[in-house]
Design a protein around this ligand. Structure first.
Ligand SMILES: *Cc1c(COP(=O)(O)O)cnc(C)c1O
Length: 382
């Protein structure tokens, strides 16, 4: 048996949307991107969405649009994909890591204030695995200290917490449509914001700093444009947007299926010694982007091997960022700086999670993991 880590849900309906773009003359960032942006803004309940080439570019543009640059510090989490702190570095600022909650792996809001210095300009929380951070607490701290909040919502479209969705409490929220995310166009991203100035700065910077977008230059007669800022080429384009438009209608069904799969995993694995998983915080609905389990550190890599030998796709989300070579060397991080995140990084395994997983496949993953863990633990103690 081969159990894929991820399978996308693109099909006929999406092909038709892509066909609509191919049959038109306009391929780059134009009317279909605008249609997606409006539809996604409505889904999120925010005023503006700007489509970008990927979430890494989106994080960078959001930081830039919020005025974060050289000499500034941005508080973020060590338990994330490297793109999060890398975007801060690309903006010329310094990521300041704050350790995470042991129960969820999310940035621990109660530790943020101790890390604030006169240079701190923003907080960049990540809604890890689809569980939203405590945005009410983070917003309160940010307002008290005059900081911006940028949500890395790459894992969290369908999540909610305390009546808030991603993008509703932050100054900006950044989404990813990378190949394995909840919504996917292979590559892609979007920034959501309620701030008109931030939205228009991101629109400007995503397209070279030109004061007229390609679509504007295309419809009607040629008109001269001017360059008013030093921008980038980070636009979403209409074929990407076409892939996303109908997925948004199917998202609620996807989410329901993901919930059911996670429930099956949790039932199947409960009571097994040596295994646990992040909990869903009170008043929350996790987007269920990833299902990760935590096993004893000494067994993790062997279990990764065993699962893969049986044909099960796995991943590690994530090893703590400060312990990666570049961060160690550039900032001098060493072991035990962020004990909770480092511990999760040594114990975590992400299991297959996608809407086409069958009951049989889920059962096989559960049994393989349980058998593997029993064998490794017995040998270690015996
Ligand atoms: C996937 C991911 C990103 C980067 O997304 P891209 O669209 O691939 O640039 C950023 N942050 C987190 C937490 C992610 O999982």
């Amino acid at each position: 048996m081969k159990v894929e880590f991820y399978k996308h849900n693109l099909g006929q309906e999406d092909l038709e949307q892509v066909g609509r773009v191919i049959k038109s003359t306009f391929l780059t960032c134009g009317p279909v991107t605008a249609e997606f942006e409006e539809k996604f803004a409505q889904y999120l309940g925010v005023k503006y969405v700007v489509g970008v080439s990927n979430a890494t570019a989106g994080l960078f543009l959001a930081l830039r649009a919020l005025g974060i640059g050289p000499d500034d510090e941005v508080i973020t989490t060590p338990m994330t994909f490297i793109a999060t702190p890398n975007a801060v570095l690309h903006a010329g600022a310094k990521p300041v890591f704050v350790d995470v909650e042991p129960k969820t792996g999310n940035l621990d809001a109660s530790r943020i204030e101790a890390a604030i210095t006169p240079k701190t300009k923003a907080i960049l929380p990540v809604h890890l695995y689809g569980q939203m951070c405590d945005m009410k607490a983070i917003r309160r701290i940010a307002d008290k200290h005059g900081l911006k909040v940028i949500e890395d919502a790459a894992h969290c479209v369908a999540g909610r917490r305390d009546g808030l969705g991603p993008g509703q409490a932050g100054d900006a929220a950044v989404f990813s449509f990378y190949a394995t995310k909840e919504l996917t166009s292979g590559e892609g991203g979007a920034v959501a914001t309620n701030d008109e100035g931030v939205a228009s700065t991101i629109r400007l910077l995503r397209s070279h700093g030109m004061d007229r977008a390609a679509a504007e230059r295309y419809v009607g007669r040629f008109r001269h444009w001017d360059m008013v800022a030093l921008g980038y080429n980070f636009t979403m384009f209409d074929i990407q947007a076409a892939l996303l438009i109908k997925q948004l209608d199917r998202l609620a069904d996807y989410h329901k299926t993901r919930e059911q799969i996670c429930e099956r995993y949790e039932q199947g694995l409960s009571g097994m010694a040596g295994i646990s998983w992040p909990s869903v915080a009170p008043n929350s609905r996790s987007a269920r982007h990833l299902f990760t389990v935590w096993v004893p550190a000494k067994t993790r890599d062997e279990l990764l091997d065993q699962l893969q030998e049986k044909g099960i796709g796995v991943a590690v989300n994530y090893r703590a960022v400060p312990l990666l070579k570049y961060y160690r060397e550039r900032f001098g991080f060493s072991d035990n700086g962020f004990p909770v995140a480092e511990d999760i990084g040594k114990r975590t395994i992400s299991l297959p999670l996608h809407c086409q997983l069958t009951d049989k496949e889920i059962g096989f993953v559960i049994d393989t993991l349980k058998d593997g863990l029993k064998t490794v633990l017995n040998r270690n103690t015996g």
